[in-house]
Design a protein around this ligand. Structure first.
Ligand SMILES: Nc1ncnc2c1ncn2[C@@H]1O[C@H](COP(=O)(O)OP(=O)(O)O)[C@@H](O)[C@H]1O
Ligand SMILES: Nc1ccn([C@H]2C[C@H](O)[C@@H](COP(=O)(O)OP(=O)(O)O)O2)c(=O)n1
Length: 241
């Protein structure tokens, strides 16, 4: 008997996903968070997973090119994503590392461990587990291309390297970190290159992504553009309030 005819068999609904990919400092995290709040969806900050792995590797004395050891560490990574009054709190092996994973040093190390195929495979299942009702907004580099290729809406957010470096500089100063604009620009360029030229899951827009350049757009303008795009997707209608 088919699911339609048998009342005991409940049809399964696949939670919808909106992906926001793009380079460092393009505003992915900010927009993903605001969009999820507006739609009542869950959020996946996939970059945080690679940052957590990079920090754990540093703490365990594992080098960023040791693929076999990093694969094991990724598979057993002891992390919790907690909700602290609407803000994500990240716990690694029992320690609050929400702020300490945000340094440029950890960002660069994350980009290195993320280039390893076995590491990416080891983190895939963890990312899929964030897909829950009523829906998910996922931000990263390969959300629309590899992790959630069936996403209802794919955004590729970008901005000039100068604008992104300026944003990151201000953000780090606000968080009380020491920062140099020139060093950040160099780091952003190096990370763009590594993330987009690697063999596995490189940073690139999915063929069906909407590419949005935010160099001259404020956060609110980007958010409203993405919300408007979400409202136009028929596949999202029944999930939006
Ligand atoms: N469109 C924008 N215009 C100006 N500043 C922005 C814009 N989008 C994001 N920002 C700021 O830039 C910084 C980096 O944004 P973030 O969301 O962390 O980027 P990403 O997740 O892509 O690295 C944050 O301080 C954020 O407030
Ligand atoms: N889906 C993802 C997310 C991040 N990464 C890698 C590449 C990035 O340089 C690092 C850090 O990512 P993160 O999104 O936290 O970095 P930014 O906030 O954009 O500077 O992790 C990835 O390879 N795939």
């Amino acid at each position: 008997m088919s699911a339609e005819l048998d009342p005991m068999i409940k049809p399964t609904i696949t939670p919808p996903v909106i992906t926001i990919d793009g380079p460092s400092g393009s505003g992915k995290g900010t927009i993903a968070h605001r969009l999820a709040l507006a739609l009542g969806f869950h959020v996946l900050d996939s970059g945080a997973l690679y940052r957590l792995l990079a920090l754990a590797a540093q703490q365990h004395g594992i080098q960023t090119h040791n693929e076999a050891a990093l694969e094991v560490l990724a598979a057993h990574l002891d992390v919790q994503f907690q909700n602290n009054h609407g803000e994500a709190m990240l716990i690694l092996e029992g320690e609050d590392v929400t702020e300490s994973i945000r340094t440029e040093e950890i960002g660069a190390a994350a980009s290195k461990v993320a280039a390893l195929a076995r590491v990416r495979t080891a983190l895939l299942q963890r990312q899929h587990a964030f897909r829950e009702m009523p829906g998910l907004v996922a931000d990263g580099r390969d959300m629309g291309t590899v992790v959630f290729p069936d996403a209802c809406l794919k955004i590729f957010l970008t901005a000039s390297a100068d604008a992104r470096a300026e944003r990151r500089y201000k953000q780090l100063l606000e968080k009380g970190f020491d920062a140099s604009l020139a060093a950040i620009l160099d780091d952003i360029r190096a990370r763009d290159l590594r993330d987009s030229q690697r063999a596995v899951a490189p940073l690139k827009p999915a063929t069906d992504a909407i590419v949005l350049d935010s160099t001259a757009l404020g956060i609110e303008a980007v958010l409203q553009t993405v919300i408007a795009a979400a409202k136009q997707r028929r596949s999202l209608h029944s999930f939006l309030a």
